[in-house]
Write a protein that binds this ligand. Structure first.
Ligand code: GCO
Length: 448
């Protein structure tokens, strides 16, 4: 085979999420999400940017899918907006919401693009935040059950790849802990742990829904963003230190999912601030899934410290990052994250559901955006991903975040993650250099 080629069945694609691209935030009976509310609080989002219009994908989806297919994508990870389907989070279904996603799925299939559908990518219906306290309360997971049922029943004849929930860590820790994401709350650690637990229950409801109504060939998994731990050197001591650290710092999500209980690693990390739970919750939470989605952007270096225990190394100021400064350029993160979940939890199939880089790209010049920075970022991570497959790690797919520039949460529209440039004033899409390069990678199934 060619150098740096991927297995024949490897799945390549683009990823995006409803709230970040759709716009039409109050159209066709969509209810407000906690992000629609949060974005309106002065000072919370850069430049006061809202999700109201975003990339106007709600109206431009046909053209977007045409472009995606033209760039060579065979897979597309999209998300569904809960408040578009249930404007108040529960109660009666909004048929116009179902219609929209029917049209999007049909457009995918028309263009030979397989949809991978995320049921929840952070846009919680505002009504559930008001009625139940959102993720603080298990009634939100109870409401998620019928929502998941509705999605699987209406789209499951065409959608076979389901992702339950995106990045529990982010919307709990940031949404209810430090308040940087919607709903912007600053709760105690115990309450934050409770939000994790509710989210895990919702994941369980979604798995149940897919098993119950998904029909032939339906597959389901969660997308997690564990903090990757990279051994400073690939020697036994540092490798062991990175492994131990990985288990502990990611214990809130991965231990209950794969061990079916809160383990010692969890109790060690949360101390007295344990979530309230019932033993039978774990029957729901730890149902067997078909794959684990991983979003990998950056990682933490770990070594064996002077006293023999693992030590996480802080990044010095001069360490290279994307313009998104949280995004330290650490390609080994993708290798180690995949390897750790495969080794520690015996995950049978791993899909990289997101990887990419955020920069403040300048507008096209003569129709070109020469984003060598993004191209090289992705290329370096792909080389490490390729290495993991060579070492026997079962990675079966890679989705680049993101298809086009979009609403980057509290960084608004300034921070661009797309391989397609979006001019927000005209909604004109221009593929960047990275899009053309990645298209060729997908077509040739190897790193170029
Ligand atoms: C996330 C979200 C994406 C972000 C991306 C870049 O994973 O944080 O899934 O919506 O836009 O990760 O920060």
């Amino acid at each position: 085979s060619q150098p740096l080629s991927f297995p024949k069945s490897f799945q390549w694609g683009f990823a995006a999420a409803a709230p970040q691209i759709e716009g039409a935030a109050f159209e066709d009976n969509k209810g407000p999400s906690i992000w629609d509310t949060f974005a309106r609080i002065p000072g919370k989002v850069l430049n006061g940017d809202t999700l109201d219009v975003a990339c106007d994908h709600y109206h431009l989806y046909e053209k977007d899918l045409e472009l995606m297919a033209k760039l060579g994508a065979k897979n597309y990870r999209l998300s569904i907006s809960w408040p578009r389907i249930f404007p108040k989070g529960r109660g009666s279904v909004n048929p116009l919401g179902i219609d929209f996603y029917n049209r999007v799925i049909d457009a995918c299939l028309l263009h030979g693009v397989t949809p991978w559908v995320t049921m929840f990518h952070w846009d919680l219906p505002q009504a559930l935040e008001e009625d139940f306290g959102g993720w603080r309360d298990r009634r939100t997971a109870d409401a998620f059950g019928p929502y998941a049922d509705t999605l699987v029943k209406s789209l499951g004849d065409r959608v076979k790849n389901w992702i339950t929930i995106n990045e529990i860590f982010c919307f709990t820790q940031d949404g209810y802990g430090n308040g940087t994401k919607a709903p912007g709350a600053k709760e105690s650690e115990q309450v934050v742990n409770q939000t994790y637990h509710t989210a895990l229950l919702a994941h369980g409801e979604a798995v149940r829904a897919v098993r119950q109504y998904g029909g032939h060939g339906a597959r389901v998994g969660i997308t997690d963003n564990p903090i990757p731990t990279i051994p400073l050197t690939e020697t036994e001591g540092d490798i062991e230190a990175a492994r131990q650290t990985f288990i502990e710092i990611n214990s809130r999500v991965l231990e209950p999912l794969y061990r079916g209980e809160y383990t010692d690693a969890y109790f060690k990390v949360v101390g007295p601030n344990v979530a309230h739970f019932q033993q039978e919750d774990f029957d729901l939470i730890s149902q067997k899934t078909d794959f684990l989605g991983l979003n990998v952007y950056t990682g933490q270096f770990v070594r064996t410290g002077a006293n023999g225990s693992p030590e996480i190394l802080p990044f010095p100021k001069s360490y290279p990052t994307a313009d998104a400064t949280w995004l330290a350029h650490a390609p080994q993160a993708i290798y180690w994250c995949a390897r750790h979940v495969a080794e520690i939890y015996e995950v049978p199939s791993i899909i990289i559901t997101e990887n990419g880089a955020g920069y403040d790209d300048a507008p096209p010049v003569n129709g070109e955006v020469l984003d060598l920075h993004r191209r090289d970022y992705v290329r370096n991570y792909l080389r490490e991903l390729h290495r993991s497959i060579g070492d026997g790690v079962p990675v079966d797919g890679y989705f680049l975040w993101s298809f086009m520039d979009n609403y980057e949460w509290m960084d608004g529209y300034q921070r661009r993650f797309g391989v397609v440039y979006n001019d927000y004033a005209t909604q004109q899409r221009t593929p960047k250099l990275s899009a053309k390069w990645f298209g060729q990678v997908m077509a040739e199934n190897r790193i170029l």
